[in-house]
Structures are given as C-alpha cells and as structure tokens.
Design a protein around this ligand. Structure first.
Ligand code: URA
Length: 259
C-alpha cells in the first residue's frame, strides 16, 4: 500500500487492522433486497429493554467481587468479554485522586489516551484541565474514569453492546471511589449511567441523583470537552455547569465544617 494512502487512512481514523483477510467492497453484490443505506440515526434502545447476556452477567459478577480499585483494575485486565480489548493498546483505567470528592466520567479513550494508558490526556483532556483549573481543580483534586476502558478503533462511537458489557465495571468503579459528586461528560456517559435516552442538551446543567450501590450521589451531566472543541459557543453553558459544581462543592465543604 502506498505510504501516502496509509497516512491518509491513519489521519481519517482508520488506524487499526481488525480483520486478517482484506474485503473487496467493489465485488460485493448489491441485490434488490439489500436495504437502502440511510444516514438516519438508529434510536438508542432503553437499557432496560436490552437482553443482558452471559458476558454482561460475568462482568457483573467479576466487578461485584472487587473490593478495591486495584482488584477492579486486575479484573478488567483479565476480562475478555469486550471486543474493544483486542484492538486497544492499553487498558485506560483512571487518573487523579481516588480519595477526591468529585469524580468525572467520560466516554472512552482516544488515540493519545490509548498510547499513554491514561484518560483525557489528548486535546479534549487539555481542555478539560483548563475547565477544571477555572474552578480551582486539578488532577489531584478530582478522579477521572471512562464508561469504556478501551479505545474504540478509529475513535468510533462505542456500540450499545460494548457499553452494556462494560457497564458493571464503571458502576463498581463509582461505588468503590464513592465520591460526593459525580460529573458526567457527554451524552454517552450521562445516558448510560442515568439510564436515559434523553440527549445531553436536555440533561446538562440539571442535578440528578445517581444510585451507587446503597448510596445516592449528586450528579451533574455536562457537555463533553471534545464537543466543546467542535462547538466553542457551548462553552458558556459548560461554564455554568462548572460553576454549579463548584458551588455544590463549597456547600458540601461548609456543611462538613459545621460542628
Ligand atoms: N474522551 C473521553 O471520553 N475520554 C477520554 O479519556 C478521552 C477522550
């Protein structure tokens, strides 16, 4: 393959070989019964209506057995139920302070995160660091993880199956960190953890209660930093959400000091 073509593939996001045998798409038949291609998005089914197969049951049992974050990380390292593991270079588990009162949950690692094995270290991570700094926070004062710990090839959106397969691990992750406040970055994170098909534009900025085991955690969905890089006009709303998070932290700190 000419070097320029290969470079173009990589720049377009097609940077993983996921099949051993090449497929010649030009020779595939286009029979009359082939359904027409449409760009209309498939509605995302509610999590309750999806069958929970063995893989998900196995993930749930494995995650439930973990009582520490180290155990959870090892359980993920040994878990082969999610196909994303095969194409990812690294398990991207978490970053930040596991004793922090605030936990942020994103969607899935990108190329740079996959290279470094840490969440939010690429361009959206740089914006996230600036957003946190604007309200006096940094990676020592928050804890960061993703719904999926492996990078989807070419940065595609994770499928519902991949998300549901890994869901027990991030749920247990949140239980073990037990933060006071949770901030959900983007529609995948908010929709998955709050079990809703409502879009992020409607969800953002509204505090909700997330059930983590037997605890309720005050939870604020907001825009994903990658979306803000594409739509800088939305930073105004994201700023409101950050201020709301800071205000809730301050209120919690004041309350904790009351004798
Ligand atoms: N986007 C995410 O949702 N998570 C990361 O870790 C990086 C980019």
């Amino acid at each position: 393959m000419p070097e320029n073509l290969l470079k173009w593939y990589v720049e377009s996001g097609a940077d993983e070989a996921i099949g051993d045998v090449p497929i010649n798409r030009y020779t595939e038949s286009t029979s009359a019964d082939t359904p027409p291609q449409t760009s209309a998005p498939t509605p995302r089914p509610s999590l309750d209506t999806l069958p929970v197969g063995d893989v998900s049951g196995k993930a749930r049992r494995l995650a439930a057995a973990c009582t520490t974050l180290d155990q959870l990380k090892s359980a993920l390292e040994g878990f082969d139920g999610c196909g994303l593991k095969a194409t990812a270079k690294s398990l991207v588990f978490a970053d930040g302070n596991p004793h922090a009162t605030v936990m942020l949950v994103g969607e899935a690692p990108g190329a740079e995160e996959d290279r470094q094995g840490l969440p939010f270290v690429g361009s959206s991570g740089q914006l996230l660091d600036k957003m946190l700094a604007a309200i006096g926070l940094d990676r020592e004062s928050v804890y960061i993880a993703n719904i999926l710990p492996w990078r989807p090839p070419g940065n595609r959106k994770p499928t519902t199956e991949e998300t549901l397969t890994c869901l027990p691990f991030i749920e247990r992750h949140i239980e073990l960190v037990a933060p006071n406040l949770l901030m959900l970055l983007g529609g995948t994170s908010a929709g998955t953890l709050l079990n809703t098909t409502e879009g992020i534009t409607r969800l953002r900025g509204k505090w909700q209660s997330y059930q983590a085991g037997d605890r309720q955690i005050d939870t604020l969905p907001t825009y994903h930093p990658a979306y803000l890089l594409r739509q800088p006009a939305q930073k105004r709303d994201a700023w409101r959400d950050l201020l709301s998070l800071r205000a809730r932290m301050n209120a919690d700190e004041t309350q904790a000091k009351v004798p």
